[in-house]
Write a protein that binds this ligand. Sequence first.
Ligand code: ACO
Length: 328
Amino acid sequence: MSKLRAAITGVEAFLPDYVLTNAELELLVDTNDEWIVSRTGIKERRILKGKGKGTSDMGAAAVLQLLSKTNTEASEIDLLICATVTGDHQFPATANIICDKVGIRDVASFDIGAACSGFLYALSTAATFVEAGVYKKAIVVGADKMSSIIDYSDRSTCVLFGDGAGAVLVEARENFGIRDSILKSDGHGRQFLHQKAGGSVMPASKKTVDEGLHYVYQDGKNVFKFAVTKMADVAAEIMERNGLKGEDVAWLVPHQANQRIIDATARRMKLPPSQVMMNIEKYGNTTAATIPICLWEWEKQLNKGDKLILASFGGGFTWGAIYLEWAY
Ligand code: ACO
């Protein structure tokens, strides 16, 4: 008997119009295009401009496009999960706000905060609900307005991040879809990558704002050390336990934090660069949005049955991999 699996049946994305180039960053901080490109692979990133515009605006735009493209009515959706670390507010969940903005009513909707691994955590969660038959049509959004928590006088972080959103529709399909997932975390890693103020440990105050404690703090060297091994390890682990060799995999869909981390993962999987989705040069690190944005950009090159490995590493630390067979 064929098995019903949760599958991605549509993908869309939203990228803001404003392009922040390395040349413009050179005017803000002591950096240069050569340093940024050689250390990270990033040439430009998108920034959401406009007073009162937040993560939900980008998520809602991606979801509206997704509903239209897949001929799905808002009333057919019964679950929406948003992965983000830059929610519109501490509460309510940005997922609730996206639902309101696109006309999805009376459904389960909530946020998942797993930083750069958020999309994989959210996709795996939605897939579990769909495979169990609890929900029929789920939407998973990965969206972050990283520019809202970046200090544009800190050259070690401001060159890395950008804004964007991606969204996928998840439904049950025979045979194709998500075959395996591995999600991991190690909270000890929080010391290297976090936002110091604005939470319950250090609520917002004039002092925290004056000291810039609401911005991303990252010890890049230490994060790099973990990221480069953990993302490659988890990609290798999911291949091994599913009996996959490099030649079986059509595409690696990696989180876009640093080209050197992606290259190390691809080498470990024995995949040539031509089978690695990489658009970091155009968008930088959009945190929870990188993986769905890649799927959206490469959608036309994907064929039914293609074996994809999605892999990520991020704040927490969190990391993970999903093995799926493309369903359309
Ligand atoms: N321009 C010029 N020089 C710079 C810049 C810049 N933008 N930023 C840092 N430097 C300098 C540093 O000050 C340092 O100078 P020094 O040697 O005189 O002290 C030198 O460059 C080297 O700095 P490093 O931090 O050691 O540079 P590194 O090669 O490690 O690259 C980077 C930094 C790109 C941040 C890298 O460490 C990295 O990619 N880390 C991992 C990021 C990641 O994966 N994050 C997880 C996801 S994010 C999330 O979850 C929200």
